[in-house]
Design a protein around this ligand. Structure first.
Ligand SMILES: NC(=O)c1ccc[n+]([C@@H]2O[C@H](COP(=O)([O-])OP(=O)(O)OC[C@H]3O[C@@H](n4cnc5c(N)ncnc54)[C@H](OP(=O)(O)O)[C@@H]3O)[C@@H](O)[C@H]2O)c1
Length: 343
């Protein structure tokens, strides 16, 4: 477990860390929730950072953008307005970033939403929530690899459900048969870890982190309950008004989740498989905190307290059968098909 006190000590040292001046970060899904908490912490505490925020609505993000700029006059904040469930849009944004930047230090991925709906495809033929939790996030990662590998110590962080990898149907990774939201979440979780473990083989200078954040009071459950229809609408409303406020008392706040997000993004606790330079740009590990280890070097699956979690039996079996290759080949094929459709 990493104590929140140690997280705060580490974060408070980021500004003094001159070598970490001018960090470049891309945030996808940071207009709310855990991403937003991390974005605020990073912008405020980093030394003259360049921050790209990819979101759906510049107008809805006005207050946030003003707050970011006010929190650090040395920060440069750039907002890209687009719908990232479409791979075509992801490519367009990545192309723009690649024109503007020579390196990327942090890619922070947390876009997504919960829904009771069945499979809901984009015009590119991918289920929207499944795109946001997996295909979109990995597309950003894949497209930005040239910038990431140009950083002295690059990091990719996906906030989803690291540690909850489970048995999935490797022949139906997009969940086209007998779709359910739970099944799609399981797929996205397992695919993320396997894809990171596949990518690290070719890109060992990058640290990949897949985090399960625990229950964070971001409003995500309230929004899900708010969309409940039919006979479940009444119990869902009762849950929202009566139980959720009590449950939220035990949830992690967005601010604390953001502090932990910044720690994951900037602490030397999570070294890559092949660091370019000793310690890289990152903040030294606080006294009494260990450097994290993992069965697959450079890929960390962490829980709410930022400790690495045990390998699940499914993950161990998938590593043995080289399922990462299957997942990655399928991912490339899904992108190709999707981009073919959107022209
Ligand atoms: N919060 C938790 O307790 C918890 C627990 C376990 C796992 N997780 C996972 O962690 C991730 C982040 O969770 P969170 O609670 O921080 O989520 P959140 O507060 O709902 O924020 C999600 C972000 O994704 C964006 N987004 C939603 N729908 C989108 C769409 N159709 N197209 C583009 N962007 C979209 C939102 O943008 P807008 O601002 O435009 O809506 C927002 O920036 C999610 O994958 C979630 O499943 C969360």
């Amino acid at each position: 477990m990493v104590n929140i006190k140690d997280v705060r000590i580490s974060n408070s040292e980021l500004k003094q860390s001159q070598s970490a001046s001018g960090l470049v970060a891309v945030f996808v899904g940071a207009t709310n929730g855990i991403g937003m908490g991390t974005l605020k912490q990073f912008t405020k505490l980093a030394n003259a950072p360049k921050v790209y925020v990819v979101g759906r609505s510049r107008k809805a993000s006005t207050l946030l953008l003003n707050e970011l700029e006010a929190s650090n006059p040395q920060a440069t904040v750039v907002f890209f307005e687009t719908e990232v469930s479409l791979m075509k849009n992801v490519d367009q944004i990545c192309d723009e970033i690649k024109v503007k930047e020579k390196k990327l230090d942090i890619l922070f991925l947390s876009c997504g939403y919960l829904t009771w709906d069945g499979r809901t495809e984009t015009i590119e033929g991918i289920d929207i929530p499944h795109a946001l939790r997996y295909y979109t996030r990995l597309r950003f990662t894949y497209n930005l690899l040239p910038l990431l590998t140009a950083s002295p110590s690059p990091r990719v962080i996906s906030i989803l459900a690291g540690g909850r990898e489970a048995e999935i149907d490797l022949t139906d990774l997009e969940v086209r048969n007998n779709f359910s939201g739970i099944k799609a979440m399981k797929n996205g979780t397992t695919q993320t870890t396997l894809a990171f473990e596949e990518l690290v083989k070719s890109y060992p200078s990058i640290t990949f982190i897949h985090k399960y954040p625990g229950f964070v009071d971001t409003g995500v459950v309230d929004r899900l309950m708010g969309t409940t229809k039919g006979i479940y609408a009444l119990p869902a409303t009762a849950f929202r008004w009566l139980l959720l406020p009590i449950i939220n008392l035990f949830a992690t706040s967005v601010d604390e989740a953001g502090e932990r997000g910044l720690f994951l993004a900037t602490s030397a606790r999570y070294p890559s498989a092949k660091p370019k330079a000793e310690g890289g740009l990152w903040v030294p590990v606080p006294k009494g905190v260990d450097v994290a280890t993992s069965a697959v070097e450079g890929v960390y699956r962490v829980g709410a307290d930022d400790a690495t979690v045990k390998d699940t039996p499914a993950l161990i079996a998938y590593r043995k059968e080289n399922a990462g290759k299957t997942v990655w080949e399928n991912t490339l094929a899904v992108w190709e098909r999707a981009l073919g459709r959107s022209g």
